[in-house]
Design a protein around this ligand. Structure first.
Ligand code: GDD
Length: 409
C-alpha cells in the first residue's frame, strides 16, 4: 500500500498571497476552477494501491471540512485533514502524525508541497524510486541560473541520479537543478527525522549546561520539535546513497504570489485539455458565448451569449457576465458581477466584487512583477467606465476614479 501526504501550511504562511489569502486559505484558492490542493490530490489518484491521502497543516479544521468530505466522495479515496497544534516544519509535521500515516502499514509515502504547480509524475517517480533502492526520491527540475537561489539547489550523479549535494536557497550559486517539493519515501524517513530531532535535543541540552554558549549558538535557534525537511534532513543525507532524484522535463512552478497563480491557472487549464477536457467550456455550459482557447466556467455561472471569453479564463460559482463583456487571462472568483461591455485582462477579481458598465480592469501580465497583474480583493466595486491598470485593490474599496500602477489600501 501507498499513502500520500500533502503539506498545506497554515495562516502564517502564504503571506505573499495577500490580499487573496485574507479569507480563503491559500491551498483552497482556485486554479483552473479547482482548489489549489485539488491538483496534487487528483494526481495522487493515479498512484497504484493508494490507501489514503492526508493533508497536514495548521489551519482551523473547519476550513477544510467541506472540501475534504466532497473530494473523498468524488475520488473514492479517503482524504483526511490533520491539524497541527502549531507549526512543526515540513518534516516535523509529517513526523507528528507518523502513527496515523503508518496505520495501513504503507510501503511508500508520497510527500507533496501544496504550493507547487506541475503534472506530478507520481507513478513514474515510484517506479524510479524502486529501481534506485534508496530511502527517498525527489522530483527535480532545471531552472534558469538567476532564479535557482529561491529554491533548494542540488547536485545529482548524472548516471546513478543519486543526490550528492544539497543546499537550501544558497547565497552563492551551486546548481541550476532544484528541488520541486515532491518526494516519495520509504517509512525509514521517520527514523531519519527522529535521529535529527534527538540530535537537536542533545545539542539543546548541551547548550543549556555549557558555558560556551556563543560557541554553540550557531547551531540552532528553533524549537527542538521543529524539523525542516530540506535543511535538516535532505542536506545531511546527501551523498550517503539514501536519496535519489527524478528530473521532470515538463512544467513546474512554485505558487508563492497571486501573479504566479494566474500563470498556474493557465497551465492547469492547458493540462485539462489532455486529462479532463469535459471541464473546459465549449458550448453548452456557456450557452453559446464565444469561447477562445482554454476556459473554465462553473456550472452555476451565468454568461451572456454575446460575451467573448478566453484564452486562459476561469470563472467561479455564481458569477454573472453581462452582454458584450470581454475576458482574457483572468480568474474571476465566486459571486462577481460583470456588467455590460466591461473588460478584464490579466487580472484576478475577488469574491463578490462588481464591475460597472464599460469598466476596464487590466494589466501587462508580467507574472513576476509586483504590479504585473491587477488584483481586486474581496467585495471591490469598480464603477461604470472606470479603468484600473496594473494595480492591487484591497478588499471593500469602491473605485470611482481610474488608477494606474497603484496599491489602493
Ligand atoms: N503542515 C505544515 N507545517 N506545513 C508546513 C510547515 C509546517 O510547519 N512549514 C512548511 N509547510 C509546508 C508549506 O505550506 C509548503 O507546502 C511546504 O511545507 C514547504 O514550505 P517551506 O518549508 O516554507 O519551504 P519553501 O516552500 O520555501 O521551499 C521548499 O519548497 C521548494 C519547492 O517549492 C523547499 O523544499 C525548496 O527546496 C523547494 O525548492
Amino acid at each position: 500500500k501507498v499513502v500520500a501526504v500533502i503539506m498545506v501550511g497554515g495562516p502564517t504562511k502564504g503571506t505573499r498571497f495577500r490580499p487573496l489569502s485574507f479569507n480563503t486559505p491559500k491551498p483552497l484558492f482556485p486554479l483552473a476552477g479547482q482548489p489549489m490542493v485539488h491538483h496534487p490530490i487528483s494526481a495522487c489518484k493515479r498512484i497504484p494501491n493508494l490507501a489514503q491521502i492526508f493533508l497536514i497543516g495548521f489551519y482551523e479544521e473547519r476550513e477544510f471540512t467541506l472540501y475534504v468530505s466532497s473530494i473523498s466522495n468524488e475520488l473514492k479515496v479517503p482524504v483526511r485533514y490533520l491539524k497541527e497544534d502549531k507549526p512543526h516544519g515540513s518534516a516535523g509535521g509529517l513526523y507528528y502524525f507518523r502513527d496515523m500515516i503508518m496505520e495501513d502499514c504503507p510501503s511508500h509515502i508520497f510527500l507533496l508541497n501544496c504550493d507547487v504547480c506541475c503534472n506530478f509524475p507520481l507513478p513514474d517517480m515510484l517506479e524510479a524510486h524502486r529501481r534506485y533502492g534508496g530511502m527517498g526520491t525527489m522530483l527535480v527540475i532545471k531552472v534558469s541560473a538567476e532564479s535557482a537561489n529561491q529554491f533548494g539547489e542540488l547536485i545529482a550523479d548524472p548516471i546513478t541520479k543519486e543526490l550528492l549535494h544539497y543546499t537550501e536557497k544558497p547565497e552563492t550559486f551551486v546548481s541550476d537543478l532544484i528541488n520541486c517539493g515532491v518526494y516519495v519515501f520509504t517509512p525509514e524517513i521517520f527514523t531519519a527525522i527522529e535521529g535529527v530531532s534527538t540530535h537537536m535535543e542533545d545539542t539543546a541540552n548541551l547548550r543549556h549546561v555549557s558555558s560556551f554558549e556563543a560557541f554553540h549558538s550557531f547551531t540552532r535557534t528553533l524549537p527542538k520539535d521543529f524539523v525542516r525537511l530540506d535543511q535538516d534532513i535532505l542536506s545531511p543525507l546527501a551523498g550517503k546513497k539514501q536519496l535519489y532524484t527524478y528530473e521532470t522535463m515538463d512544467f513546474w512552478e512554485q505558487i508563492k504570489t497571486p501573479g504566479i497563480s494566474l500563470k498556474c491557472s493557465a497551465l492547469y487549464l492547458a493540462q485539462f485539455r489532455l486529462t479532463s477536457p469535459h471541464l473546459l467550456a465549449g458550448g453548452d455550459g456557456t450557452k453559446s458565448a464565444t469561447v477562445i482557447g482554454d476556459v473554465y466556467v462553473h456550472p452555476s455561472a451565468k454568461v451572456h451569449p454575446t460575451a467573448k471569453i478566453g484564452p486562459n479564463v476561469s470563472i467561479s460559482a455564481n458569477v454573472r457576465v453581462g452582454a458584450g463583456v470581454r475576458l482574457i487571462g483572468c480568474i474571476v472568483l465566486d459571486d462577481v458581477e460583470i456588467k455590460e461591455n466591461a473588460v478584464i485582462i490579466n487580472s484576478i477579481v475577488g469574491w463578490k466584487s462588481s464591475l460597472g458598465k464599460w469598466a476596464r480592469v487590466q494589466a501587462d501580465g508580467d507574472y513576476n512583477a509586483k504590479l504585473g497583474i491587477t488584483i481586486l480583493g474581496e467585495a471591490v466595486t469598480v464603477e461604470d467606465e472606470i479603468v484600473v491598470i496594473n494595480s492591487i485593490v484591497l478588499p471593500n474599496k469602491t473605485l470611482n476614479i481610474s488608477v494606474q500602477e497603484e496599491i489602493i489600501l
